[in-house]
Design a protein around this ligand. Structure first.
Ligand code: FES
Length: 162
């Protein structure tokens, strides 16, 4: 059916979709499966998800483009989501965002030349009490300072190069 997902993944997603009353409930899960396998969700990925869910590609893309952890363009192996919501903004998010752009030599939305980091803004990460915060992959980093950001980037880069 597709090279975007394995036959086993497609079978499992079909089972999950058949078990819910409303397939729309699983749009994000299907998109996440495509993204996990491919790094991002291409137009072909949207079409595959729509076919599996019995929805139109537009219905699926509306969710994909709303949800900022679904990537509709290629990204690096590690995506940095910098919180720009109110608590972080009042506690140094501008400094964090500025330093990341300088340290990585990229603008928001861009990927580093080594293909490791993509930098994106995001809304509240739920760590307001320890603002400013950012998320890289599944890891949440808070109480950020310039020194801490540099150490985190080093660690994450080393991990990506393994
Ligand atoms: S405002 Fe940044 S984590 Fe909540």
């Amino acid at each position: 059916m597709s090279e975007l997902l394995s036959p086993e993944e497609i079978t499992e997603l079909k089972r999950q979709i058949a078990a819910v009353h409303e397939p729309r409930e699983l749009i994000v899960e299907v998109l996440q499966a495509v993204q996990k396998q491919n790094g991002w969700v291409s137009d072909a990925g949207i079409e595959l998800a729509a076919e599996l869910l019995g929805l139109s590609p537009l219905q699926v893309d509306e969710v994909a483009t709303f949800y900022d952890k679904i990537y509709r363009s290629p990204v690096g192996s590690k995506v940095i989501h910098v919180c720009d919501s109110i608590c972080c903004w009042t506690r140094g998010a501008e400094m964090v965002y500025g330093h990341l752009q300088q340290a990585l030599d990229i603008a928001p939305g861009e990927t580093t030349s080594d293909g490791i980091f993509t930098l994106l803004p995001t809304c509240c990460l739920g760590a307001c009490g320890n603002a400013p915060s950012m998320r890289i992959g599944d890891r949440l980093y808070s109480s950020l300072t310039i020194e801490r950001i540099d150490a985190i980037l080093d660690e994450e880069r080393q991990e990506a190069l393994k």
